[in-house]
Design a protein around this ligand. Structure first.
Ligand code: KIV
Ligand code: ZN
Length: 435
């Protein structure tokens, strides 16, 4: 079955293979199968399940995924060598939709220094391999490794030849993450316009993140007509990783006015997929990672917490539940404000008077100055202490303060308290140190 190639539908190829190719990220066969099943639930179009010639375990993982995961295309990677093609062909053969992905470098640097091949020899190997792969399946992808640093005349000749030989997808990787968004758009525009048979193949981008530009470059390539994107969950992959699937997808959901493409990705599965990968590899996602990081929907600064509690659009451009994150988190720390303290206490079952909120808030800030964050347990202890102290001293406490009125109340004169006069009205110091 051919991949869908409508003008504005992007084909998502998740490369388990590249994702694994980094220290600390390798997975066992059963773990790869679990992840492939989750990628299926996520709605990816293609899973590049492994590099079968690399090891018996890799070949077995590809075979198992091809057997058990039936909807997406299952691809196996192969160098432009007969033995690789045969191994990949056998591994993907049980798939409902098998693909062989064969590659060879096209930059002079790789040809001369790594492969010690002439340009012509590499071109011949590419053509022979695509033909060989077509013996196993009609779905053959060719990649020109280090394409963005290759001589463009030579690259165009290779691309034309592999399409003639039967390649249905042509992937032009930015293997070392060297390109910039404007450059990669011009690059794809030039190759697609110069290769006479370009219309017979789907063009694909595969961007590495060495300069932190993988997602930007991917989006630029898409704007230049590319219809397949290769990416990974959490942006894992060789060195600084590959373009992060969740980021590319959410750009199209949040900014359809700028990124005019649709995808079959089920976005509520993004966070569960990211979490599964983290559990399987034991490699945590960086806290501030876009879309799936621990802090992506967490707010600590008082002004932000106050804004989000009133209307979350003030500081959130997507709903956490749309990407499968259970909800926005208000983190209590030294930058937090009263509004968030009162809300968290209420969520924990403590309805506090305005006076109590103020005492709890001040103790919370004092604690947060000494330690990194304030947990629910810390807060519970503070609340208990404040309640006990108020009882002992017979402090007059105001009645419960509904959260929605908190800001309004903060502007009014403080209600008088007998035992502990406050230094100022809450609104004068209510945002913690984060203001
Ligand atoms: O980065 C790269 O060039 C690759 C190819 C093998 C597709 O991963
Ligand atoms: Zn790669």
């Amino acid at each position: 079955m051919e991949p869908v190639d409508h003008d504005n539908v992007l084909i998502f190829d998740t490369t388990l293979r590249d994702g694994e190719q980094a220290p600390g990220f390798s997975m066992r066969i059963d773990e790869k199968l679990a992840l492939a099943r989750q990628l299926d639930a996520l709605g990816v179009d293609i899973i590049e399940a492994g590099f079968p010639i690399a090891s018996e375990a890799d070949a077995e993982a590809v075979r198992l995924i091809a057997t058990r995961v039936r909807r997406p295309i299952i691809a196996g990677l192969a160098r432009c060598a007969a033995v690789d093609i045969e191994c990949a062909g056998r591994a993907v053969s049980p798939a409902a939709r098998p693909r062989i992905h064969t590659f060879i470098a096209t930059s002079d640097l790789h040809l001369e220094r790594k492969l010690r091949l002439s340009r012509q020899d590499a071109l011949d190997a590419a053509v022979a391999s695509v033909r060989a792969a077509r013996q196993y399946t009609d779905d053959v992808q060719f990649s020109a490794e280090d394409a963005t640093r290759s001589d463009v005349d030579y690259l165009c000749r290779v691309v034309e030849a592999v399409i003639d030989a039967g390649a249905t997808t042509v992937n032009l990787p930015d293997t070392v993450g060297y390109s910039t968004p404007d450059e990669i758009a011009a690059f794809f525009t030039e190759v697609r316009s110069r290769v006479p048979n370009a219309g017979r193949a789907v063009f694909s981008t595969h961007c590495h993140n060495d300069l932190g530009l993988a997602v930007a470059n991917t989006l630029s390539a898409v704007a230049a007509g590319v219809r397949q994107v290769e990416c990974t969950i959490n942006g894992i992959g060789e060195r600084a990783g590959n373009a992060s699937l969740e980021e590319v997808v959410m750009v199209s959901r949040v900014r359809p006015d700028r990124a005019r493409f649709t995808t079959a990705i089920q976005t509520p599965e993004l966070y569960p997929t990211s979490q599964l990968l983290t559990r399987l590899t034991g490699e945590p996602v960086q806290a501030n990672k876009a879309v799936v990081g621990r802090n992506a929907f967490a707010h600590e600064a008082g002004i932000h917490q106050d804004g989000v509690l009133k209307d979350r659009r003030t500081y959130e451009i997507m709903h956490p539940e749309d990407v499968g994150v259970p909800r926005t988190t208000l983190v209590l720390g030294k930058h937090s404000g009263r509004h968030a303290v009162a809300r968290r206490c209420e969520e924990m079952g403590h309805t506090l008077s305005r006076f109590e909120v103020d005492r709890v808030y001040r103790q919370m800030i004092a604690l947060a100055d000494r330690q990194k964050g304030v947990s629910d347990e810390d807060l519970r202890a503070i609340v208990a202490e404040v309640k006990a102290a108020a009882e002992v001293k017979g402090i007059e406490t105001a009645g419960p303060t509904p959260i929605s009125e908190a800001a309004d109340q903060a502007r009014r004169p403080t209600r008088r308290v007998r035992a502990l006069p406050l230094p100022a009205t809450p609104s004068e110091y209510g945002y913690g140190h984060g203001v």
